[in-house]
Design a protein around this ligand. Structure first.
Ligand code: PAF
Length: 278
């Protein structure tokens, strides 16, 4: 497994690399969800293709009061996870490699980014789009894999690829969950044992809410039940159209039920499909 710290090292490798390259962009602190993404890339790319994993805690997607400084960076452990899951190349740039100090260009998606997490995390998706566009240009993959846990990020990045004509296929990977249903996330590490025992309730509530016949009924049920989790503070819970993230009007169209909940220091996000009801 090759470790590249610079874009120029990556480009040198890229000149002789296979024509099929799967990129798994991550911020490191790899867990079972990331390992599943890398394994799935390994399987899909085939024996002659290459799997590139990027490990980069991207400062531009964190708000001023968010956890950029304390975000875990266990590089040796992450490299071991990448190796075991089948990565060929790991790209580990420093902040100075990715961003010039006087940078003045960003990539902004101006519609889907306004919904859901975009309301409480201004600038977050601009940071995500900018760094992912830069990773796409540095690695030049044919495919890139993102988890469905951040459904909004996936929808925005699909839009970015479409609108900027990146010759890249985006692949969605189903959310990986703990046996009790909690969506696996690096931020679960911030939960105290008591918060951890309450966190699976988020997924349970979303599943129960999805049984209701109308979007209003779904949101009303979920808002009440999520707010009732001891110690939880609800950021949002919304039933939205799966592609456009606009409010879901009826169950005649495919939707997504998405929520963000603060539990102690952790802000947990989750979402599930809302299938069309006949
Ligand atoms: O989902 C993440 O881990 C990050 O938002 C990403 C896509 C790696 C960009 O920094």
């Amino acid at each position: 497994m090759k470790v590249a710290k610079t874009i120029s090292a990556l480009r040198t490798w890229r000149k002789n690399a296979s024509t099929r390259i799967f990129l798994v962009p991550t911020m490191g602190a790899l867990h079972a969800g990331h390992a599943a993404l890398i394994r799935s890339a390994r399987k899909a790319v085939g024996p002659r293709g290459c799997v590139v994993v990027s490990l980069f805690v991207n400062p531009t997607q964190f708000g001023p009061k968010e956890d950029f400084a304390s975000y875990p960076r266990p590089l040796r452990r992450d490299l071991a996870v990448c190796r075991k899951a089948g990565a060929d190349v790991v790209f580990t740039p420093g902040v100075g490699e990715m961003y010039a100090q006087d940078r003045s260009i960003t990539v902004e998606e101006s519609s889907l980014s306004r919904a859901l997490c975009g309301r409480s995390r201004p600038g977050h998706f601009q940071g995500v789009c900018t760094v992912v566009a830069k990773l796409f240009l540095a690695v030049q993959p044919t495919h890139a894999i993102f988890g469905e846990k951040d459904w909004q990020q996936l929808a925005i990045l699909r839009r970015m690829v479409r609108d900027l004509n990146f010759p890249i296929t985006i692949i969605a990977h189903p959310t990986i969950r703990e046996p009790d249903g909690l969506a696996i996330s690096s931020r679960n590490a911030y939960l105290t044992p008591i918060e951890r025992s309450r966190a699976p309730r988020i997924h349970e509530v979303l599943q129960c809410a999805a049984q209701k016949r109308t979007p209003t009924g779904i949101e009303r049920f979920a808002r009440k039940a999520l707010s009732a989790i001891p110690g939880a503070r609800l950021d949002y819970v919304e039933a939205v159209e799966a592609d456009t993230l606009t409010p879901l009007k009826s169950r005649k169209r495919p939707g997504r039920l998405a929520a963000a909940v603060f539990l102690g220091k952790a802000r947990l996000i989750d979402n599930i499909p809302l299938l069309v009801l006949t």
